[in-house]
Design a protein around this ligand. Structure first.
Ligand code: MG
Length: 661
């Protein structure tokens, strides 16, 4: 009996010893200040005690600041609490577009893929419920969240081993083409997801560290796993775009927060170097981000800002040049100028509509970084302090975003036009399109994106929302633009007649010239010209918001009867035989959410090289009955004289709109 007890005791001790992941020690710089005892114990072969000393070191560490989590003022939102509680049952909050969340089984199946949307599979591996569990643990003082987090964390490590695959393969993830285990690596270890965990695990470390479940054994597993993450991102940075920025900022965080790793300084430097390099490449000199997507523009400001927060909290701001700080400020000013009075941005490209609360929170952080910028202060304080921007209409000519604006407050008229260069991944082929805000409502919301990428069914949905024809622009035979490379021919943001003239070589043999006049800061006259030798059907598309719209095919006009005091009349003056035809209309402001709306096209035949011309008058008003009678016609031919003249008659009074290129 005595022997049995001794054997069990030995086994337990052995198991306990085995529970430490010894791989941690060679990864650490044991000469790092504070690790003296860890080094001594490790050298003496007392690895259990060394791990314990390491845990004590982290519990007592005060000189490294996590700028994201303040334990003294920690709160948890209702949503986060729900995610934390559901996670206890393995119902994981993975994606806003898939609610209610799916359950991943008692024995967690990390390969469960209920809808073949890549995002659902990728984002499972972001573990978005882990940090909320940490907040629940701290605010509720309930160990069950910590215990469960440790279990899930270790379960994930066991079931998602990292095997080597080519960097490019991470972006090729799709169903059924590769072996299951390779397929899983593509999702679980895509560098973007890996970097997401790299960042969030700093927060989990901060929140759970003092828990009894955060043992010395677990600490060693955590740090070894963390090191594997950082090494993987370092060796597999995405080639470009916002992914690379996210990854770089998170490497900076890894290096700054865990300086005890031998490679920590290299991680931090790598992140900073990439951010300093990429900000010059990805942000145009006018402050626009090169994916031409307002949502990712905001995300990129957030990335750069987060990098500065970590640098400020831990004393290495000097590693960012002044030009970096100035560029981020220009990005904020850009964002402010393309946003509406409700703080929200147009849904061009893959944009989603954010919440006012979230954007306001950003302005509050930004004003701390740029205390001298009165415009940012104005936005941050909702007008209580600071000053409104001095400009109204504003053009960003390199990015190709133009805002016509008559004010900054709720009752303003704001048209934002997208007519830029070839954009990167998230950009849609939509040159010349616009959104129009009037008196508190977006009257022409962009179709948005609805979903990103996945199997055929998902791609079909994505491609519908990406189509050129579901934007407020001109197509040939309803096809997507072949070229998206707009050139600004004229931009005049001042006076009673403000003008933008932009041209896109849309198709072989067909250039789309769009001239937008903002007249008396009240209404818009848009001249569209289809120029070139191409023949076929020319389609001029318009997409309104949801609500009642009277369509008058005889007069080629639309008149809204929406609820409230934001109305619009649109009338097209088109070549003979142009037909006003109703089209399928949807818009999406959030992932997998869509709203039906009125969409139309003015269709006409282009039989030869003669230019096809339309004039569209868009008149917003608080009451559609109060909109005056308007007619418009072309006088003069731009190709011959370089001069375009349009005659507009409003309630019998004629006005000439004119420009000379
Ligand atoms: Mg769009």
């Amino acid at each position: 009996m005595k022997h049995v007890i001794l054997l069990v005791a030995c086994l337990c001790l052995q198991l306990k010893t085995q529970a430490i992941n010894k791989d941690i020690f060679p990864l650490l710089n044991l000469d790092y200040p504070g690790l003296e005892q860890v080094k001594t114990l490790h050298k003496a072969g007392k690895e259990d005690e060394a791990a314990q000393a390491l845990l004590v070191y982290y519990l007592q560490r005060t000189d490294i600041i996590n700028p994201v989590i303040n334990l003294k003022t920690l709160t948890i939102s209702e949503r986060e609490q729900k995610w934390a509680d559901e996670a206890l049952e393995h119902t994981f909050y993975v994606h806003d577009g898939y609610q209610p969340s799916f359950n991943y089984g008692k024995d967690i199946n990390w390969q469960y893929w209920p809808v073949k949307d890549n995002e659902l599979r990728w984002q499972l591996h972001r573990h978005k419920w882990f940090t909320p569990m940490g907040k629940a643990y701290r605010t509720r003082k309930n160990e069950k969240y910590a215990r469960e987090w440790v279990e899930q964390y270790m379960d994930w490590i066991r079931k998602n081993p990292l095997t080597n695959i080519d960097r490019e393969e991470y972006e090729l993830a799709s169903a059924g083409e590769v072996k299951k285990d390779v397929e899983n690596v593509r999702f679980a270890w895509r560098p973007l997801e890996t970097s997401h965990r790299l960042q969030d695990q700093i927060n989990q470390f901060t929140l759970f560290l003092n828990s009894p479940s955060f043992t010395k054994d677990f600490l060693t597993e955590f740090l070894v796993n963390y090191h594997k993450h950082a090494t993987h991102v370092l060796n597999n940075y995405s080639a470009e775009g916002n992914h690379l920025l996210f990854e770089a900022q998170r490497m900076l965080y890894a290096g700054a927060f865990f300086p005890e790793f031998k490679e920590a300084a290299a991680w931090r430097k790598s992140g900073i170097d990439i951010l300093n390099r990429e900000i010059k490449k990805q942000v145009f000199e006018d402050g626009g981000h090169f994916e031409l997507d307002p949502h990712y523009h905001l995300a990129c400001i957030e990335i750069f800002h987060k990098a500065l927060l970590m640098a400020d909290a831990n004393g290495f701001r000097q590693e960012f040049p002044q030009s970096f700080i100035d560029t981020v400020e220009r990005m904020i000013v850009f964002y402010m100028n393309i946003s509406y009075p409700d703080y929200l941005n147009p849904c061009f490209s893959d944009s989603k509509r954010d919440s006012r609360h979230h954007v306001l929170m950003h302005y509050n952080l930004w004003t701390k970084l740029y205390p001298a910028n009165e415009q940012i202060r104005y936005y941050a304080t909702e007008g209580k302090e600071g000053r409104l921007p001095e400009n109204l209409s504003k053009g960003f000519l390199t990015t190709g975003f133009f805002t016509f604006r008559n004010g900054w407050k709720q009752d303003a008229t704001v048209m934002v036009i997208k007519a830029g260069p070839k954009g990167e991944w998230h950009c849609q082929p939509d040159n010349g399109t616009f959104e129009l805000w009037f008196n508190g409502r977006n009257l022409f919301p962009d179709s948005g994106s609805y979903v990103y990428a996945g199997d055929d069914e998902v791609m079909k949905l994505r491609n519908w929302f990406r189509r050129t024809a579901v934007h407020n622009t001109l197509t040939l035979n309803n096809k997507n633009l072949e070229t998206t490379e707009s050139v600004t021919r004229l931009w005049n943001p001042d006076g009673d007649v403000q003008i933008l003239v932009t041209e896109n070589p849309s198709y072989r043999g067909l250039t789309h010239r769009r001239s937008v006049f903002f007249v008396n800061q009240t209404y818009f006259v848009i001249a569209d010209e289809a120029i070139g030798t191409a023949t076929g059907k020319i389609n001029l598309h318009f997409q309104l918001c949801d609500g009642d719209v009277n369509i008058d095919p005889k007069n080629l006009s639309l008149t809204s009867h929406f609820k409230g005091e934001s109305q619009v009349k649109l009338q097209c003056f088109a070549p003979q035989n142009t037909l006003l035809e109703k089209e399928e209309g949807w818009y999406s402001i959030a992932y997998r959410q869509r709203q039906e709306r009125t969409a139309v096209a003015f269709n006409t035949d282009k039989k030869d090289k003669a230019t096809i011309r339309f004039i569209t008058v868009i008149y917003p008003a608080t009451d559609s009955k109060a909109i005056p009678r308007i007619s418009a016609r072309f006088k003069g031919r731009a190709e011959e004289s370089g001069k375009t003249t349009i005659e507009v008659t409003v309630d019998g009074k004629t006005q000439i709109l004119e420009y000379q290129l």
